[in-house]
Write a protein that binds this ligand. Structure first.
Ligand SMILES: *[C@@H]1O[C@H](CO)[C@@H](O)[C@H](O)[C@H]1NC(C)=O
Ligand SMILES: *[C@@H]1O[C@H](CO)[C@@H](O)[C@H](O)[C@H]1NC(C)=O
Ligand SMILES: *[C@@H]1O[C@H](CO)[C@@H](O)[C@H](O)[C@H]1NC(C)=O
Ligand SMILES: *[C@@H]1O[C@H](CO)[C@@H](O)[C@H](O)[C@H]1NC(C)=O
Ligand SMILES: *[C@@H]1O[C@H](CO)[C@@H](O)[C@H](O)[C@H]1NC(C)=O
Ligand SMILES: *[C@@H]1O[C@H](CO)[C@@H](O)[C@H](O)[C@H]1NC(C)=O
Ligand SMILES: *[C@@H]1O[C@H](CO)[C@@H](O)[C@H](O)[C@H]1NC(C)=O
Ligand SMILES: *[C@@H]1O[C@H](CO)[C@@H](O)[C@H](O)[C@H]1NC(C)=O
Ligand SMILES: *[C@@H]1O[C@H](CO)[C@@H](O)[C@H](O)[C@H]1NC(C)=O
Ligand SMILES: *[C@@H]1O[C@H](CO)[C@@H](O)[C@H](O)[C@H]1NC(C)=O
Ligand SMILES: *[C@@H]1O[C@H](CO)[C@@H](O)[C@H](O)[C@H]1NC(C)=O
Length: 651
């Protein structure tokens, strides 16, 4: 609703602009601008050989006959067209692409539609943002047998029927986002045998029952009010690869066709998982299926989700749903799954309850055979069973930002067999063991309230990116990075409230990015000379100066260094000269300050003319009161003598 009000507002606004009567320049094919006399209609005299004509963003209201026989592309978007004369396009036999976006074509529909009917060879048509209703759209789409690409975005369409696309069945792409579509009649899209891309995002669809678009490859139903999506389980093959059902009202997974090529499934921002357990979820889905599909079609149903086993899905986004559990039973069917986004749910523990042989838990080692990227940020996680990591033998990226995960101390959580597991659950489920996750490369533990990072926390992993930022009370035990110091390429310790005394970093020969910003450092660790650092963030610390020989050593590989928010001494900034001479970029130099004689000045200003600030301090010693008095008396004496001498000389 708001969107429509907004577009109406914009329309009014552009009418307002027209009244001001600003003159407009046009460009023809050769790029030569020419001025137009009448701003309110299209120009009449133009080069007859023109193939492309861009009349967009002008003040054209009405369009009369255009005599451009060779014209192939005509852009009339962003005008105030409310009438296209019947003969306007009758000479445009070659016209292939017509852009009428953002005009006022809800007016004079009968006459304009007759004009549009005459361009039968059109391949691309954009009539978005014209406030069109169902009837107008139907009329404008008559005689469009060659049309391939159609944009209907931002109109007022409420229903699509089998009549809507009757005369444009060659369509490959239909974009009808941001309308008011509530109903789609059975048989609307089915005759469109070449349809590949169907974008119905931002409409009012409430459910998709018995989806039968075998040919469609991309279907976007994001931002509707869809409560369920289900398909009869027949033997036909569907081409669908990308399905977007995000921002809807789904309570359970969509019931997709049995034979489907689905690779990307977007389910973020729904209500999936709000039901108590996975079993309830599946049972509910089955009963809806039974009621709606079978009731009508009288087909058998077996395991409606079992077809997921043969689906080549590699990506599923379940972020912003209501899960308190991971739906292992369903997700473990997805043997190709590489990326699982489970961020912003309500997980507290990830457990794998070992049950009877034959049941899910028994085969835990094959749960997520292809999973590489797992996003679990912004849950309330405290515990993840080691079995889960064992069940994901290819896990590379694990994002645990903004949870309550505490890495386990040595010896705890190491057990990866059954009896250990039970013991652990009995005794302590408050930590997560990262040791021995051999494939793990990227780990984000930002903002988890970690208090201690124990020795060997990441041993036997392959970590190259580690983010420990914003754990504000974290103590790094000696040897905390033991085992990954050779592989780490990127490390963040930003906002960990660390002081130089507490920070002892090992020699890290692969480290190229280090973030030490927002701490209390007054010196930088000398062990950095080990690392081929390219980016170093030292902003917001307590640094007064930087070790010259260290900076000189690092400047051979540094490409950027951040320094603002420190307490640098202006008169000890030879390190900055080294950086400048080595052409190291200091992106925040203009914000960095330094102190000279109690004043705080911008480092860059100081750097421009260093003598103005430090010369006095470094060359002339500060004088005592007595010394000043002697100097004063001396100067006065000289002046008096000079005065007397001049007086004598003049007389
Ligand atoms: C029509 O013009 C608008 C605005 O200039 C543009 O955003 C849109 O992509 C164009 N449509 C087509 C199909 O090229
Ligand atoms: C679906 O449409 C929405 C809204 O236009 C858009 O933000 C989203 O990126 C689209 N989804 C895909 C998978 O392209
Ligand atoms: C997961 O979803 C969140 C929010 O919905 C997004 O910020 C994040 O980038 C996504 N993660 C991945 C790996 O795509
Ligand atoms: C797993 O078992 C524990 C206790 O044995 C129970 O508290 C927990 O709810 C179970 N989790 C699931 C997902 O079934
Ligand atoms: C489990 O591991 C522990 C040591 O971590 C070992 O003592 C125990 O025998 C193992 N149990 C089984 C069933 O393998
Ligand atoms: C679990 O271990 C942590 C650290 O080892 C300890 O602080 C906590 O008290 C333990 N919790 C239980 C319930 O034993
Ligand atoms: C930061 O550390 C100091 C001691 O080093 C402590 O007094 C202070 O409370 C800490 N601040 C935070 C936000 O943890
Ligand atoms: C360092 O970390 C802070 C806060 O986590 C972030 O804002 C900043 O962009 C990071 N610096 C670099 C160079 O990425
Ligand atoms: C300049 O800074 C370095 C490193 O902090 C320090 O060793 C040196 O004494 C300082 N020199 C002066 C003249 O303050
Ligand atoms: C400066 O860094 C070098 C290594 O480049 C180190 O040997 C030296 O001790 C450091 N000086 C200070 C004052 O920390
Ligand atoms: C070095 O300093 C000069 C003079 O202030 C400046 O023009 C130049 O951009 C600086 N170079 C770098 C790499 O910052």
């Amino acid at each position: 609703m708001l969107r429509h009000t907004l577009s109406e507002f914009l329309l009014l606004w552009s009418f307002g602009q027209a009244i001001c009567g600003i003159s407009v320049l046009y460009h023809n094919e050769k790029g030569q601008p020419w001025n137009r006399q009448n701003r309110y209609t299209a120009p009449l005299e133009m080069d007859m050989k023109l193939r492309r004509l861009d009349l967009s963003k002008s003040f054209i209201r009405q369009l009369h006959t255009l005599g451009l026989q060779h014209l192939q592309q005509l852009d009339l978007s962003y005008n105030q067209l409310d009438l296209i004369a019947e003969e306007a396009f009758k000479n445009l036999a070659q016209l292939e692409a017509l852009n009428l976006s953002r005009n006022a074509l809800y007016n004079n529909v009968a006459r304009t539609s007759r004009a549009l009917r005459s361009v039968g060879g059109l391949r691309r048509l954009d009539i978005s943002l014209n406030n069109l209703n169902d009837e107008a759209v139907g009329l404008y789409l008559q005689n469009k047998f060659s049309l391939i690409h159609l944009d209907l975005t931002g109109n007022g369409i409420t229903a699509l029927t089998h009549n809507t696309f009757k005369e444009c069945q060659g369509l490959k792409t239909i974009i009808a986002t941001n309308n008011l579509i509530r109903d789609i009649e059975q048989g609307t899209f089915e005759p469109l045998k070449r349809l590949e891309t169907l974008d119905l995002a931002q409409n009012n669809l409430a459910h998709i029952c018995d989806f039968q678009l075998y040919q469609v490859n991309y279907l976007n139903l994001s931002q509707n009010s869809i409560e369920f999506f289900l398909t009869r389980q027949d033997e036909k093959l569907f081409r669908l690869e990308i399905l977007d059902l995000s921002y809807n009202k789904l309570f359970y997974f969509p019931i997709v066709p049995k034979f489907i090529h689905l690779r990307y499934l977007y389910l973020q921002n729904n209500m999936i998982g709000a039901l108590n357990s996975e079993a309830t979820m599946i049972a509910e889905a089955k009963s809806v299926y039974k009621e709606i599909v079978i009731g009508k079609a009288n087909t058998e149903y077996h395991e409606i989700f079992s077809n997921w086993r043969i689906m080549p899905l590699i990506y599923i986004d379940l972020s912003n749903n209501h899960f308190r559990f991971i739906p292992f039973e369903t997700l473990s069917l997805l043997t190709s799954l590489e990326t699982l986004n489970f961020s912003r749910n309500c997980l507290q523990n990830i457990e794998l309850n070992i049950t009877k042989p034959g049941q899910l838990g028994y085969n835990y080692q094959r749960l997520f055979p292809s999973l590489r990227h797992l996003d679990l940020q912004k849950n309330s996680l405290r515990y993840i069973t080691p079995l889960f990591f064992k069940a994901s033998p290819k896990l590379e990226t694990l994002n645990l930002q903004a949870n309550s995960v505490k890495p386990c101390p040595p010896g705890n959580g190491l057990g990866r067999n059954k009896s250990d597991q039970h013991a652990l659950r009995r005794h302590n489920m408050s930590c997560v063991a990262f040791r021995h996750i051999k494939t793990l490369k990227h780990l984000n533990l930002e903002d988890n309230g970690i208090k201690v990072l124990y020795t060997n926390t990441f041993e036997k992993t392959s970590l190259d990116h580690l983010n420990l930022a914003r754990n504000r009370h974290m103590v790094l035990e000696e040897g905390a990075l033991q085992g990954v110091q050779g592989s780490l390429q990127s490390l963040s310790l930003s906002e960990t409230n660390i002081t130089s005394r507490d920070l002892s970093l090992p020699c890290m020969p692969a480290l190229s990015q280090l973030n030490l910003s927002n701490n209390h450092l007054d010196t930088i660790p000398t062990s950095l000379s080990c690392s081929p650092l390219r980016v170093l963030d030292l902003s917001n610390n307590a640094l007064v100066s930087l070790n010259r020989s260290l900076i000189r050593a690092m400047s051979s590989h540094l490409s950027a260094m951040y320094i603002r928010g420190n307490r640098f001494n202006c008169c000890n900034t030879s390190w900055l000269t080294i950086l400048n001479e080595s052409r190291v970029n200091v992106p925040d130099l203009s914000q960095a300050k330094c102190a000279a004689q109690g004043d705080s000045v911008f480092l860059a200003d100081y750097f421009e003319s260093p003598s103005g600030y430090c010369l006095f301090q470094t060359t002339v010693p500060v004088l005592t009161v007595g010394q000043r008095l002697i100097v004063f008396i001396f100067v006065m004496t000289i002046i008096s003598m000079l005065f007397v001498f001049i007086n004598m000389w003049c007389t």
